[in-house]
Design a protein around this ligand. Structure first.
Ligand code: HEC
Ligand code: HEC
Length: 395
C-alpha cells in the first residue's frame, strides 16, 4: 500500500512478485525488529574474544569520540535524568565511563554491551554488534547523532573500518586496510577473499518484491545475505556455505542464526523506502525529468517496473554498467561475487542515501546522470540532465 502510494506510475509489471506489506505477519515482523536491533547471534566471540573491542571501548572511547566515528545514540532508551544531564552538561561526554553507562542502558545503536561490576565499578566485559550498526541511523532530534531510530536507513556516517582498526589484536597492515575505507563504506568480502574494495553501506529498506539481493544479486531472498553477514562478517554462531565463491564458514557449534532468519527477513520486507521530504525537489522539473528517464535517457530499459529495476528478470555484465572501473585500482566487485554481474539498483528513496553506485563513485544524483550521459553517449542537454536529477530526487 505505502509503496503504491509513493509510486511514480511507471510500468507496474514487476510488482506482481510483491509480498504486500499487509500480508506480513505482524508478530513475526515485531520479532524481526528486535533481532535486527539487538541480536548479536553470539558474535561477542569475534568482537570481544578475538578483537578485544570491549577493552578499547571502556578505556578509550568516550561518547564524543563514538559520535565522531558515526555511532548513534537512541534517545528513546535514555531515562529523563540522563537526558537532563546531557542537556545541562553534568554528564561528561569526554569520559569512556559515560559510553559504558550508555551501553548499560542499551542506548548505542548496533552495539550490545555486557556491563558487570568489577572492583565496585561498572565495567564493560563483552561487546557484540547487530545489523542496526550499519543499517540504522537516528533522526538527530535530540542532538547530532542522538535521536529516534530510523531502521533500514544506511548509516553513512559510520566509519566501520576506523572502529575495527582500534582493535589491539590486528597487525599494522590490517589496520591500514581498515583505516582506508572511510565513512559509510565497508568491504563485506575483504575478510574472505583478501581483496580491498569497500562498498557503500546500502539501505535495508525498499526490498519487498526484489528477488536479487545485494548489488551483485547474489541471493534470491534477503535471508541469503542475512546469513552471510551474520556468520562471515558479524561473526555470529552458525554456518554459511556458497560453492560459487568457495566461502564456507562455521562459527561455534550452537547455531544462533537459522531459526531467526524468517522473522529478520519479515522485518526488512516491512521497511518501505522513505518518501522525499516535501520541498526537497522541484516537481515541475521532476515531471520533465521523468520523460527523459523513459525517453532519451533510456533509463527505463533497465530501471523498469514498480521498484524501477529489472533485477527479477536479469543481471548485467560489468561492461554494461557505468560504475566500473573501481576506484583506487580495486578489482571489479562483480568479479568477487557469486554472480559476476550487477543488479540494476532499485531507485526508491534515492534522495536519502548518497553517494551512489556500489562503490560510491557518484557523490550526487547530478553526477550519476552526468556519468550515464558521458559513458553511454546519451547526448542529453544540460537542462535534461538537471531535470532527470530532479526526477531521481522525487522517487
Ligand atoms: C559492518 C556493516 C554491516 C553490518 C553489521 C551488516 N551489513 Fe548489511 N550490508 C553491508 C554492506 C557493505 C552491504 C553491501 C553488500 C553488497 O552489495 O555486496 C550490505 C548489504 C545488505 C543487504 C542487501 C541490500 C540490497 O539492496 O540488496 C541487506 C538486505 C543487508 N545488508 C541486511 C543486513 C542484515 C539483516 C544484517 C544483520 C544480520 C546486516 N546487513 C549487517 C554492511 C553491513
Ligand atoms: C544497462 C542497464 C542500465 C541502464 C540503461 C541504466 N541503469 Fe542505472 N543502474 C544499473 C545498474 C546495474 C546499477 C547498479 C550499479 C552499481 O551498483 O554500481 C545502476 C545504478 C543506478 C543508480 C544508483 C543507485 C544507488 O542506489 O546507488 C542510479 C541513481 C541510476 N542507476 C540511475 C539511472 C539513470 C538516471 C539512467 C538513465 C540515464 C540509468 N540508471 C540507466 C543499470 C542501468
Amino acid at each position: 500500500m505505502l509503496l503504491a502510494a509513493c509510486g511514480s506510475g511507471t510500468d507496474q509489471s514487476a510488482s506482481s512478485t510483491n509480498q504486500s506489506q499487509s500480508t506480513l505477519d505482524p508478530v513475526l515482523v515485531a520479532q524481526g525488529a528486535q533481532i535486527f536491533r539487538f541480536d548479536t547471534f553470539g558474535d561477542e566471540t569475534q568482537w570481544s574474544d578475538t578483537l578485544r573491542m570491549h577493552e578499547v571501548i571502556r578505556t578509550a572511547v568516550d561518547p564524543t569520540t563514538a559520535l565522531s566515528v558515526g555511532l548513534k545514540v537512541d534517545s528513546e532508551a535514555l531515562p529523563a535524568s540522563v537526558v537532563q544531564g546531557i542537556k545541562d552538561g553534568s554528564i561528561d561526554l569526554k569520559s569512556p565511563d559515560t559510553t559504558v553507562a550508555l551501553l548499560k542502558l542499551n542506548a548505542v545503536v548496533g552495539l550490545q554491551g555486557k556491563v558487570e561490576v568489577v572492583n565496585g565499578k561498572d565495567t564493560l566485559t563483552r561487546v557484540g554488534v547487530t545489523c542496526a550498526l550499519c543499517h540504522s541511523t537516528v533522526d538527530n532530534s535530540f542532538a547530532p547523532g542522538i535521536g529516534k531510530r530510523l531502521d533500514g536507513w544506511a548509516n553513512r556516517d559510520l566509519n566501520a573500518g576506523a572502529i575495527i582498526a582500534l582493535s589491539p589484536a590486528l597487525s599494522a597492515t590490517m589496520k591500514a586496510v581498515y583505516n582506508s575505507w572511510g565513512k559509510g563504506m565497508y568491504d563485506p568480502r575483504f575478510n574472505q577473499d583478501g581483496k580491498n574494495g569497500p562498498q557503500v553501506i546500502p539501505p535495508a529498506y525498499g526490498l519487498n518484491g526484489i528477488h536479487r539481493i545485494t548489488s551483485t544479486g547474489d541471493g534470491e531472498e534477503i535471508s541469503y545475505w542475512n546469513r552471510y553477514v551474520g556468520v562471515t562478517q558479524m561473526g555470529g554462531h552458525g554456518s554459511f556455505m556458497e560453492p560459487r565463491t568457495g566461502v564456507s564458514v562455521t562459527n561455534g557449534t550452537d547455531d544462533q542464526i537459522t531459526a531467526k532468519l524468517p522473522a529478520l527477513q519479515a522485518y526488512q520486507l516491512s521497511l518501505v523506502a522513505p518518501p522525499p521530504p516535501s520541498g526537497s525537489f522541484d516537481a515541475a522539473a521532476a515531471a520533465r525529468g521523468k520523460l527523459v528517464f523513459n525517453g532519451g535517457g533510456r533509463c527505463a530499459t533497465c530501471h523498469s517496473g514498480a521498484e524501477l529495476t529489472d533485477a527479477n528478470l536479469r543481471l548485467h555484465l560489468p561492461s554494461e554498467v557505468v560504475s566500473e572501473p573501481e576506484p583506487n585500482g580495486a578489482p571489479s566487485y562483480a568479479s568477487r561475487s557469486a554472480t559476476g554481474q550487477y543488479r540494476t539498483a532499485p531507485l526508491r528513496g534515492l534522495w536519502q542515501h548518497a553517494p551512489y553506485f556500489h562503490n560510491g563513485t557518484a557523490a550526487t544524483l547530478e553526477s550519476v546522470v552526468q556519468t550515464y550521459n558521458t559513458k553511454q553517449s546519451l547526448g542529453l542537454t544540460e537542462t535534461e540532465i538537471l531535470d532527470l536529477a530532479q526526477y531521481l530526487k522525487s522517487l
